[in-house]
Ligand binder design. Structure first.
Ligand code: FDA
Length: 284
């Protein structure tokens, strides 16, 4: 069940999955699993893993044109450290950005829970001075997100829009799924109408249809934005969009620290949880 969502425990496993997806006409963003790193050495170790991964992807010829890029969680590289968290995370992300630049590809900084949003956006804003193609993520479950989209809808800005995989108190988050979806549609329009590079990360067919229709109405070229989906989820839709000429990037996580990621995927869909429990029961 875990291997449905996670491309193995090693960089070699991620490389093999990336090769297969690229051969199918898709792009990838690879995430080395892990979050809430508790000491600076561990955070530096995560950055080193990314640098080695980028070397591996580059040597295999996958990074050209940004087809294989990487996604990084700020707390994996130190944002949550009790001392100098922001500085440590910035230094580690700079190391990863330098390696990505040398490999001819990009980095996207994932967004974690609502307590990290301010620091993460500040960090990306500062690093974009040196790495203008550094991507960031906006989550439509947060009330603030349309404002953040307005601020980020600037030339060259790479913004991934998703619904958000975390929970937050009422004052910060929208409670109803319908409100989260409406906010996604609103953010999507701001980003598509702007001059940046939107990365629309959803498996929701209604929101994909809204994006398609808006892009057609305003005459956005398919090469000027992309759809993103998670490894192992709605793979038929990934292939169908790519066959229509859309750019589709698959988020591919790997590593031994898969527990939190896997639990978020189970929580998103009761059917996954039932499938998982049945699989466990059948092994007894
Ligand atoms: P929704 O959850 O409403 O699902 C719509 C449909 O998609 C479902 O009906 C089902 O068919 C399918 N589906 C969705 N999830 C599934 C699952 N787990 N298993 C099987 N089918 C499923 N979040 C975040 O907080 N920070 C981040 O940085 C990112 N990054 C990110 C990158 C990419 C490329 C993607 C696609 C998603 C993220 N996310 C994220 C996760 C995101 O916020 C969200 O939790 C999931 O994408 C699920 O939301 P949907 O938009 O797919 O809608």
């Amino acid at each position: 069940m875990v291997t449905r969502f996670v491309a193995g425990e090693t960089a070699a496993g991620a490389l093999a999955v990336a090769q297969r997806l690229l051969a199918d006409g898709l792009s990838v963003s690879i995430d080395y699993l892990g979050e809430d790193t508790v000491d600076p050495e561990q955070a530096a170790g995560v950055a080193s893993e990314y640098v080695a991964l980028l070397d591996l992807l580059s040597a295999a010829g996958l990074t050209a044109g940004g087809r294989a890029e990487v996604s990084v969680k700020p707390t994996a590289v130190g944002l949550g450290l009790p001392e100098h968290g922001e500085k440590t995370a910035a230094e580690n992300i700079v190391r990863i950005c330098r390696a990505a630049k040398a490999a001819g590809t990009t980095v996207t900084v994932d967004m974690e829970d609502h307590t990290r949003v301010e620091a993460t956006l500040r960090l990306v804003g500062e690093l974009r001075a040196d790495f203008p193609d550094l991507g960031c993520v906006i989550q439509s479950y947060l009330r603030r997100s349309p404002g953040d989209c307005e601020a980020l809808a600037v030339p060259g800005s790479r913004v991934r829009l998703c619904k958000g995989a975390y929970r937050a108190p009422d004052g910060f988050a929208l409670a109803a799924r319908s409100e989260v979806d409406r906010n996604f549609a609103r953010c999507l329009r701001i980003l598509l109408d702007g001059p940046g590079y939107p990365m629309l990360a959803t498996h929701d067919p209604r929101l994909v249809a809204i994006a398609k229709s808006r892009a057609a109405t305003i005459g956005r070229e398919p090469s000027s934005f992309e759809y993103q989906m998670l490894y192992g989820i709605r793979t038929d839709e990934q292939a169908a969009l790519a066959a229509e000429g859309a750019q589709v990037r698959v988020y591919v996580p790997y590593g031994s620290d898969w527990y939190a990621y896997f639990m978020r995927r189970l929580a998103e869909r009761p059917a996954n949880l039932m499938f998982f429990l049945r699989a466990l029961a059948s092994r007894r």
